[in-house]
Design a protein around this ligand. Structure first.
Ligand code: ADP
Length: 158
């Protein structure tokens, strides 16, 4: 059976931290679906279309990476895709506490059918987050050291 993992997130925008986690997870799974969650309560800097385009450009050459979008519960989406794994990255103790609660909830909600697999961020990438990138962009700083080329090339920041 194919080992499929879903990497869910906001990707507002994708950063070198996300890219690092996905690249390192490639040998673990037959397919990784990078799934952009749409949450009506959240204010995004980049539109869904822009976020998707950044991901599609970044993973153009990766045969086993697929880009998709979803609404609603992550576990419902994961089950619908026939995936058994959720992939998440851990940067620090705060990520761990937050992710632990979600992973336990997701496992309980799916009758233990879905496991969350965590990868530690590479040293040198742990400080990178989408929210820091957005702050740097808002304040006119050089964000290009934090993101893949697809985001750098974009002139369409809000
Ligand atoms: P969410 O809104 O679901 O947290 P994000 O796009 O911010 O979405 O993050 C998606 C996943 O990527 C999360 O598991 C997060 O911990 C991970 N991640 C983000 N930045 C990094 C990084 N620098 N190193 C490792 N993992 C990261």
């Amino acid at each position: 059976m194919e080992r499929i993992a879903v990497f869910p997130g906001s990707f507002d925008p994708i950063t070198l931290g996300h890219l690092d986690i996905i690249e390192r997870a490639l040998p673990l799974f037959d397919k990784i679906i990078v799934a952009i969650g749409q949450n009506a309560q959240k204010n995004y800097m980049f539109t869904m279309q822009q976020r998707r385009q950044f991901l599609e450009e970044t993973f153009d050459d990766f045969d086993s990476v697929e880009i998709d979008t979803y609404e609603g519960l992550t576990v419902d989406y994961v089950m619908a895709k026939g995936a058994k794994f959720i992939l998440r990255g851990l940067r620090n103790p705060a990520d761990f506490e937050f992710e632990k609660a979600i992973a336990h909830t997701n496992r309980a909600m799916t009758n233990k059918e879905i496991e969350t697999v965590f990868l530690l961020t590479s040293s040198g990438k742990s400080f990178i987050s989408s929210s820091i990138v957005r702050d740097v962009i808002r304040n006119g700083g050089d964000y290009t050291i934090l993101v893949p080329n697809a985001v750098k090339a974009s002139e369409e920041q809000k």
